[in-house]
Design a binder for this molecule. Structure first.
Ligand SMILES: Nc1ncnc2c1ncn2[C@@H]1O[C@H](COP(=O)(O)OP(=O)(O)O)[C@@H](O)[C@H]1O
Ligand SMILES: [Mg+2]
Length: 310
């Protein structure tokens, strides 16, 4: 298992009687591209602000890269990159000049700055306009420069808050491709969006936010099975003395999408009600089944239900 980079426990935020974030429990591992998916007002931005230490939680706890943002804001800031919904630059400076300024603020060694800026501008596709003033840039170009600005710091973790809003389809693809290349460089990414197809394209796991709550969470491949008529099921089992290799035997059952958790109490996600097959596999293996619980679990349905108002 990778290192946990974000962990919250019952994290909540109230704004004068309004609960913007309600008992959020998140665990995000190093290397994930995690989608915060939810309609406007669901609490995504407020969550990010608390993870960054930019706003105080009303209750609950947060850890980011092993640090408490409220207690060690500078440490967290040095490890994390943040692209806010509204990105701001010095409009009459060029793209390269803006990045130089960020490099200086972050204490990058002078000798490395030029090369690094050139590499990063190439990665976000802005090499040709490095010396153009930012006030000539489209929104998509500014967002890409915003990502470049994050990359200068070589963060462990990056938060991108609705980076594709107001951008044309080609521009959106560019940003999604950049997210994928950030992940390949080893950066854990939290991508916040109200657009399901975009989240599906780049995220490994998604959390669905509605009215301040995380109402569902799962690997994005579950959401991808959009055309399937069947629901997905979530089966929790308890096994006494599981034999070694039992997890793999269960994984091999046709229709099992995912199995996670400890060998004696795994959580199985499957495309049909596989209770009898799973029970048989456990018993045949020589282990004893002591409990089983099934729940219909369909991120797609949950998503549609909560997003109908949009
Ligand atoms: N600074 C604030 N003061 C009061 N209410 C706020 C503030 N920021 C956000 N809210 C409210 O909190 C809720 C969650 O907002 P937000 O986190 O911005 O959602 P999202 O990013 O998912 O659109 C909304 O109802 C919003 O109006
Ligand atoms: Mg927001």
């Amino acid at each position: 298992m990778g290192q946990i980079v974000v962990e919250t426990s019952d994290l909540s935020k109230n704004y004068n009687g309004l609960t913007a974030v309600n008992k959020l429990n998140l665990r995000i591992e190093e290397g994930e591209v995690y989608g915060f998916l939810g309609p406007n007002g669901a609490g995504k931005t407020t969550t990010i602000l608390m993870l960054l230490g930019l706003t105080e939680p009303t209750s609950g706890t947060v850890q980011v890269c092993g640090h408490i943002p409220q207690r060690e804001p500078i440490k967290v800031k040095s490890l994390v990159g943040y692209l806010p919904e509204k990105v701001g630059f010095y409009e009459d400076l060029t793209a390269a000049q803006n990045l130089k300024y960020t490099a200086a603020l972050n204490g990058l060694p002078r000798g490395e700055v030029e090369d690094k800026i050139a590499t990063i501008l190439a990665m976000v596709g802005l090499s040709q306009v490095a010396d153009h003033q930012v006030n000539t840039f489209s929104r998509g170009m500014k967002q890409r420069l915003g990502i470049a600005d994050i990359l200068i710091k070589e963060p462990k973790l990056a938060f991108l808050d609705e980076p594709t809003v107001g951008i044309d389809p080609k521009g959106i693809d560019d940003i999604l491709n950049i997210i994928t290349s950030m992940s390949r460089k080893g950066i854990t990414v939290i991508f916040c969006s109200h657009q399901l197809p975009q989240v599906q394209k780049v995220c490994t796991r998604v959390g669905i936010f509605a009215k301040g709550k995380l109402i569902a969470e799962g690997p994005v491949r579950i959401l991808k099975q959009q055309t399937s008529q069947e629901g997905q099921y979530r089966i929790e089992i308890q096994i006494a003395d599981p034999v070694s290799g039992l997890t793999d035997m269960i994984k091999d059952i046709k229709g099992v999408i995912d199995i996670s958790g400890p060998p004696n109490s795994p959580l199985i996600i499957c495309s049909a009600d596989l209770r009898s097959q799973i029970a048989k596999t456990i018993v045949d293996s020589g282990s004893s089944l002591i409990g089983m619980k099934i729940e219909e679990y369909n991120l797609e349905e949950i998503y549609k239900k909560y997003f109908r108002e949009e």
